[in-house]
Design a protein around this ligand. Structure first.
Ligand code: FES
Ligand code: FE2
Length: 365
């Protein structure tokens, strides 16, 4: 058997009309996961949530990305910062969960940090080697895009730029969507399995017969733009379906009659519809486990409270249906017989091929 890195290059080099999936070990091997954690995940831009989860100065939430505990905070000047949630004294995490604070005070020896990470106060520190100016919290490389907050653990990573995706989403006014629901769960699946699952329309009618099939049947799925670091497809609605909110004024009729699903690799998958924006941030824990944080946001006053509650319930059900499949598949993927298999054509599984091509390119860096 070839090493997985060689198999990935071979699969990426297949002709577009003969795509194949990667074998099970790609999704179950701890060595493969360690390699990804040191490369593609370490170098990637990861969505942490929405800017309006922290609307006021001092609002914060915490999150763990690989080995890095993070604080996402709205500073006094209104800017958002992503700080290392690691005290510069002896390494205690400074904050837990989410909330609002004037400063972060370490629970161990009470060092106090400003909202921008600067050390304000450290009691009884008289030794010559101590200089408060050198003891600020690390400020991670971060970027905002369409109302989402991203971090890159590589301090030198260039900002991401996806002009083709920007063009695809421009009419939706994604930045104006307001968050209505945030939830987190731990799923027993590989992180790449959820990216692939969310981004292929092939399973829609089979896995979601009651929840999605009526609106987004497999047969109407169409591949959309892809490029360096993202892919997308349209989950089109049947023409006779009742409108689910008008959304932004510039939306075309076609855009109102579909959900535009996109992934910003490696770990964000999202569904942008006229009045509803659902995004899943995937935090890989090990080869077979992820933490999923999902947000549901809505446009203007398009949806009333009852409709929003119904959409949240629908998406809980959809996620439950996908999770059940992925958790069962994760067990079978450890089989010696989880071999590379043929993929469906572009409209149904071309997004998986886009992901493979990107992973293969990343693995060559
Ligand atoms: S570890 Fe934070 S003050 Fe000592
Ligand atoms: Fe699904």
């Amino acid at each position: 058997m070839q090493p997985l890195s060689v198999q990935l290059q071979e699969i990426a080099a297949l002709p577009p009309d003969r795509p194949m999936s990667m074998p099970g070990a790609f999704y179950t091997s701890p060595e493969q996961f360690a390699r990804e954690a040191a490369t593609v995940l370490r170098r990637g831009w990861h969505c942490l949530g929405r800017t309006d989860e922290v609307p006021e100065a001092g609002d914060f939430f915490t999150v763990q990305l690989l080995n890095e505990p993070l604080i996402v905070v709205r500073q006094a000047d209104g800017a958002i910062a992503v700080l290392a949630n690691v005290c510069r004294h002896r390494g205690m995490p400074l904050a837990e969960g989410c909330g609002n604070t004037k400063r972060f005070v370490c629970s161990y020896h009470a060092w106090a940090y400003d909202l921008d990470g600067g050390l304000m106060r450290a009691a009884r520190m008289k030794n010559a080697g101590f200089d408060a100016k050198n003891c600020g919290l690390h400020r991670h490389n971060m970027q905002l895009w369409n109302g989402f907050i991203y971090v890159n653990l590589d301090a030198n990573a260039a900002p991401f730029d996806h002009p083709k995706l920007d063009a695809l989403l421009s009419n939706y006014d994604s930045a104006a969507f307001k968050v209505a629901h945030v939830a987190e769960e731990v799923w027993n699946t590989n992180w790449k399995c959820l990216v692939e699952n969310f981004m292929e329309g092939y399973h829609l009618s089979v896995v979601h017969p009651e929840t999605l099939h009526g609106y987004t049947p497999t047969g109407l799925a169409r591949k959309l733009a892809s490029g360096d670091g993202f892919t997308s497809y349209a989950a089109n609605y049947p023409k006779d379906i009742p409108s689910r909110g008008l959304g932004a004024p510039d939306l075309t009729e076609d855009e109102r009659l579909r959900s535009t699903l996109f992934s910003i690799f490696p770990t964000q998958v999202a569904s942008q519809a006229a009045s509803l924006l659902v995004s899943l941030s995937i935090f890989p824990l090990n080869a077979g486990q992820i933490r999923v944080k999902w947000t549901l946001s809505t446009y203007g006053d398009d949806l009333d409270a009852e409709t929003i509650a119904a959409r949240v319930a629908l998406w809980e059900e959809v996620n439950h249906e996908d999770r059940e499949k992925l958790e069962r598949m994760q067990i079978a993927l450890s089989s010696d017989h989880a071999l590379s298999g043929p993929l469906a054509e572009d409209d149904y599984e071309g997004t998986i091929r886009d992901f493979q091509l990107w992973l293969a390119a990343q693995d060559r860096i």
